[in-house]
Design a protein around this ligand. Structure first.
Ligand code: URA
Length: 291
């Protein structure tokens, strides 16, 4: 049964969210609902169902809907601070400031030297998203500057463009210790900032590099073989764009450059993925790469 918020409760919540926004708080996290609380909600809802034909009084309706918000009022209402500026470079700066000296997940105390926010053209048509910073990126504060980064640069060059024309970011902005795969909760905590970056840049195409980026952005679990070879319609979660001309973009999945360094035989497959992206963007490969 679809459950909606009582309008009065919705207004009260909206006022409370605005109050927090004015104090500079924009990100809200849901507490997981325990099984017990869920059962209590079910009982409360079922005892407040009108008999067939009975009109539900506003008070009764409110009592029945109070604990559950199926629609995401926080996402629908909370305007992000960067949405009040039109210059994407300034908007990205605002997001970076909002991130601050982030301590939202455990990665902040597991040896990170600095936050690796993202780099490139704030108006890029093409955006690459990797997994998380490695040692070189942690040291330099920029994504994809190590060996995998050199390969990514070459992949970008093969497309007939240069690194400075695209935007590059990661799912998590702090280096996981020993380059381990970021945990799901770390990805979930960090990715709202990436979503905001995407909503500001408004790329035409995002290329997810590797399984972690693909699965996090698409919120689905599948093998790389299943994920590659097609476009997905992508809209940054929780972000309405303030630009009526941008309603999301296409997302393609390809192999992570670090994987290609370990298994160079897959480079041809990655090139096929990039050619699909180039076609979508109306790009022509330089004669040498085109073969
Ligand atoms: N691997 C990633 O996923 N991101 C980087 O920035 C570097 C290596």
């Amino acid at each position: 049964m679809p459950r909606t918020l009582d309008p009065e409760l919705r207004r009260a919540l909206a006022a409370r969210i605005r109050y927090y926004n004015e104090m500079g708080i924009y990100d809200f996290y849901r507490q997981p609902v325990s099984d017990r609380a869920r059962q209590e909600q079910e009982v409360l809802l079922s005892t407040n169902q009108p008999e067939s034909g009975e009109e539900m009084s506003p008070r009764k309706a409110a009592a029945g809907t109070v604990p559950v918000a199926e629609e995401d009022i926080f996402e629908a209402i909370a305007l992000k601070p960067e949405q009040s500026v039109s210059d994407p470079a300034k908007a990205l700066k605002i997001i970076r400031e909002d991130l601050g000296d982030c301590t939202r997940c455990v990665l902040h105390k597991q040896g990170r030297k600095q936050i690796v926010f993202g780099v490139g053209n704030p108006k890029a048509e093409l955006m690459f998203v990797g997994e998380g910073p490695g040692a070189d990126e942690d040291a330099q504060g920029e994504p994809f500057v190590g060996r995998a980064g050199q390969l990514l640069n070459n992949m970008i060059k093969a497309m007939g463009i240069v690194r400075e024309q695209v935007y590059i970011a990661n799912i998590v902005k702090c280096r996981p210790p020993g380059n381990r795969t970021p945990e799901r909760d770390e990805c979930a905590t960090c990715s709202p900032f990436l979503m905001r970056q995407i909503a500001v840049i408004k790329p035409k195409v995002i290329v997810a590099l590797g399984a972690v980026a693909a699965k996090t952005l698409l919120a689905m679990s599948a093998s790389m073989m299943q994920l590659r070879g097609r476009f997905y319609d992508f809209r940054p979660a929780g972000m309405g764009s303030n630009d009526p001309n941008w309603d999301g973009c296409k997302l393609a999945v390809t192999y992570h450059p670090a994987f290609l360094l370990r298994d160079p035989r897959q480079k041809g497959e990655a090139w096929k993925d990039l050619q699909m992206v180039m076609k979508e963007l109306g790009m022509k490969a330089p004669a040498k790469a085109a073969e």
